[in-house]
Design a protein around this ligand. Sequence first.
Ligand code: MN
Length: 233
Amino acid sequence: MNFAFSPPAAASLAISGSTCRFPIRRIFCVGRNYADHAREMGAVEQADGREPPFFFMKPSDAIVSAEGEISVAYPPLTKNLHHEVEMIVALGSGGANAAVDAAKSMIFGYAVGLDLTRRDIQARAKEKGQPWDMGKGFDQSAVAGAINPVEQTGHPDRGRIWLSVNGQIRQDGDLSAMIWTVADVIANLSTFVRLEAGDLIYTGTPAGVGPIVPGDLLEAGVEGVGTLRARIV
Ligand code: MN
């Protein structure tokens, strides 16, 4: 096939214990999947149970592969860049309208990630009923460590999820506090779109999100999955 110019290289992540890389198709993110974070963002508690999960996206080339200590550029047009540590689910196969019981069979592996957020731009968008894209989907907004295949991690449904800035713990939660489990999230998302191999899902962040500035060193981890280190420059 002839292209008018060279197509971009596929975005990818390292895979632990392998020389192969994981090619990224799309990046989905779940909003408000830990009650303590939903509260800190001012969400109103539902008296009649859980609200369905909701999703937003980042472009696949927003990915930053965190291999060793990496540098992430402080983005333009914000005075309030926030960290959100999240467990990432990487899909090795896809499907539509998946049953919750079948959802886990799509999972290739898990990674630790950062959903970097221009909170001031997101807040303005919320206020005006506008889309979140420019608050969430900017260049280098999706940091991700190596993917650990399911054969190594199993399916983690409990365990510490944490983030420190310059050695000070800012977020310290547990995977078991997710409002919607990984299987629930996959099943629900697959009713909106047909999921495919290469899709990543950021599964939400616990409480403690806050601002970061150039020079900060972020360290983050998910118990049984991995850690990452990123310097804001
Ligand atoms: Mn998030």
